[in-house]
Design a protein around this ligand. Structure first.
Ligand code: GDP
Length: 313
């Protein structure tokens, strides 16, 4: 996501961006975080750092998903408070919502804590939910404009394309390229039936800048019961099945061999349809145009093929 921000906004002279990678600073270490933030002295922070992975990594690495994320979030928000940073936009995920709610209704900001998350990613989900609690505490005790956005499944160039640990789109792009090269069928994990809303990382980059500039959790326009939380998503009508995603990827890669669905592997949540009406209300009449998924996938496949040597995989 940080690389997408750099691609979309890094050249804008309006702000001086500092992009921090894990090589620059170990955010799980409080002293290192304080030292680094002291040097950079930011006015505002877009907090995207996290231990993340797809369904299968979340199931396998629960301690890391919980502990690393809690430690990073504790340090980043605490240090921002100590240095008087006026705005922090932190990133959550739709996979952290109550599992029961996702089955029966569209999820919205007010439902975030109303029940346990899905067991496959509960470690990650509880750590991220605490980031929302912590941001709210800073707003209430100190009046800081610390807010959280909740994007749906993100994809795009610079993603992690690891075959086992990545999210569905980058994992399948990588698998599909290999299957094409080797002349073998593409094996997809699960039934292909689950539904997801995907957001292109370059669209989300623009929306993060908009959030930084315009989303104010202390304003009355933000609403009751869901203050400081904002879902950033395409419309519910744009939700598509994993099977459709696979077809689009195969088309973008130029893969025309067989596709096998391995139903012995997990499907995860069936759906987690996000209601984006709060975003639409606040964004207003200018209306944001999301990149159609086939277009975004074409660009992502092209990026992966061109950057195969250096891509994270
Ligand atoms: P989720 O939205 O949090 O569940 O995260 P993912 O991006 O990992 O998407 C998981 C969905 O994609 C599940 O329904 C999986 O069964 C399906 N899927 C199919 N193939 C793959 C794959 O190679 N990797 C991943 N992560 N998921 C896959």
């Amino acid at each position: 996501m940080g690389s997408a921000l750099r691609d979309m906004c890094g050249a804008e002279l309006k702000y001086r961006f500092v992009f921090v990678s894990s090589r620059d600073c170990d955010l799980t270490d409080y002293a290192a975080t304080l030292r680094y933030f002291n040097i950079v002295a930011p006015d505002a922070v877009i907090h995207l750092a996290a231990a993340v992975g797809g369904l299968f990594k979340n199931m396998r690495c629960k301690v890391d998903m919980f502990e690393t994320n809690v430690r990073i979030n504790m340090n980043v928000l605490r240090v921002c408070h100590e240095l008087g940073v006026s705005k922090v936009v932190s990133c959550l995920s739709t996979c952290i919502f109550p599992d029961d709610k996702t089955k029966t209704e569209k999820i919205n900001e007010a439902m975030l804590h109303a029940g346990p998350p899905h067991s496959s990613n509960d470690a990650y989900a509880y750590a991220k939910r605490m980031l929302e609690v912590q941001s709210r505490c800073y707003r209430e005790q100190y009046g800081h404009n610390f807010v959280c956005v909740i994007p749906t499944n993100i994809y795009g160039p610079h993603d992690n394309f690891h075959l086992d640990d990545a999210h569905v789109i980058p994992a399948l792009i990588h698998k599909c390229c290999l299957a094409k090269q080797q002349g073998v069928p593409l094996v997809v994990a699960g039934s292909g039936a689950p539904l997801r809303q995907f957001i292109y990382s370059r669209d989300l980059a623009l929306l993060l800048i908009w959030t930084l500039e315009h989303y104010d959790a202390t304003s009355s326009a933000d609403g009751d019961g869901d203050a400081g939380i904002l879902i950033l998503s395409v419309d519910p009508a744009d939700e598509i099945s994993i099977r459709q995603v696979v077809q689009h990827i195969a088309e973008a890669v130029g893969f025309d061999n067989d596709i096998i669905y391995d139903t012995s592997q997990a499907d995860g949540q069936f759906k987690k349809t996000a209601d984006n009406s709060k975003f639409k209300r606040l964004y207003g009449s200018s209306r944001f145009t999301f990149t159609p998924i086939r277009h975004g996938l074409r660009e992502t496949v092209q990026w992966f093929v061109q950057n195969y040597q250096d891509a994270r995989k």
